[in-house]
Design a protein around this ligand. Structure first.
Ligand SMILES: [Zn+2]
Length: 360
């Protein structure tokens, strides 16, 4: 297995204006160079289940992210079948572009499971094309009660203004899926473990329909979801030591909205503005962020193992000697011996690091 760390964040190295869309050809190109073949994370034993009607090897599932690949790997291993994960360990899901083998895998799969809500910025066209070619695609995030991006980094007056604005929308009956950061819903659902448990159930239901073996898939879905419920309880226990006034997160980009909602934290600031890693902060953004970090009870910047540390180190240096940088697993599982080899290990390691950093 080849581990590839995509460092294609040209926008982060560049100075000056924001690049909010992140769909620049140069960024894509950097990602394409780094991408190798698909990584098979979860391989169920052929024929051990009872997945009828989908070929000798059972059902074939393709997952986009490593988190989905791990959880669905467990599900499919339980019921019989094979899971292929498109993104390599360490990839940034915003930045990943597929190979032609990945596209073939999607078209041949019985089910393609994607995160959705715009997470897979470099994969969106390929998923749409695969669907046109007959692939069955399930995007899970829209089914998981998604929330809009929180307004991190805004001052309280601005937050009030935004609340008023929301109330106006409610009064006029307008849809509320705008007016937040870049006006989209937050795709980072996997940082709430309860939502990943629901994902296991949703995919199990879908695979039950596809294989006509709802009994096996419902049982395996319930088993995997039950394990994740246990992980969720452990995370709450790990985080219990963090007092209310220290439950403030400053992160590399807007990836912890669901974590904050689920585990009672506030995201006070982000280094890269918006909901993607594919943007660059202006000097005014950075100056504001430095003030937010200085004002926090514990000046910690939670970084991202998939990103270049340069920008975050620069911000930490600007804040002063008291600021620390703590690395988290944000958009991918970790390599062997990283403490994040599985989804369950990843989220518990993150919780541990957050609890330690905020109680120092
Ligand atoms: Zn992200």
């Amino acid at each position: 297995m080849k581990f590839v760390f995509i460092m294609g964040h040209a926008a982060m190295a560049g100075e000056g204006t924001k690049q909010m869309t992140g769909r620049r050809a140069g960024l894509r190109l950097a990602a394409v160079v780094g991408v190798t073949t698909a990584v098979v994370l979860g391989t169920g034993l052929a024929g051990c289940g009872n997945a009828g009607g989908t070929g000798d090897d059972g059902v074939r599932v393709v997952a986009t992210t490593t988190m989905l690949g791990d959880v669905l790997g467990d599900l499919v291993a339980c019921a019989g079948g094979r899971t292929t994960t498109l993104m390599p360990i360490g990839a940034d899901p915003h930045d990943f572009a597929p190979s032609s083998a990945d596209i073939t895998a999607m078209v041949r799969a019985d089910l393609v499971v994607a995160n959705g809500l715009g997470l897979e910025e470099g994969l969106g066209d390929a998923i749409a094309n695969a669907a046109k070619d007959g692939a069955r695609v399930l995007e899970v995030a829209p089914e998981l009660d998604p929330i809009p991006f929180a307004a991190a980094g805004h001052d309280p007056d601005e937050a009030d203004h935004e609340a008023d604005h929301e109330a106006d929308h409610e009064a006029t009956g307008e849809a509320d899926q705008h007016d937040h950061a870049d006006g989209t819903m937050d795709p980072h659902v996997w940082h709430d473990v309860a939502r990943m448990a629901t994902t296991a159930r949703l995919v199990a239901t879908e695979l039950g329909k596809i294989t006509h073996d709802t009994e096996t898939f419902d049982r395996c879905g319930a088993q995997v979801a039950g394990e994740l419920d246990g992980v969720d309880a452990k995370i709450r226990e790990i985080l219990r030591v963090v007092p209310a006034e220290r439950r403030i997160l400053i992160t590399d980009h807007h990836a912890f909205g669901y974590f904050a909602e689920a585990y009672d934290f506030t995201v006070a600031g982000v280094v890269v503005p918006g909901g993607s890693t594919l943007a660059a902060p202006s000097s005014a953004d950075l100056a504001e962020l430095v003030e937010v970090i200085r004002a926090a009870a514990v000046p910690v910047i939670f970084s991202n193992t998939a990103l270049s540390a340069d920008l975050i180190d620069t911000v930490a240096a600007e804040v002063g000697t008291e600021a620390t940088v703590v690395s988290l697993f944000v958009g991918s599982l970790g390599a062997r011996d990283s403490g994040a080899e599985t989804y369950a290990a990843m989220v518990q390691t993150n919780a541990q690091r957050i609890a330690e950093a905020l109680t120092r």
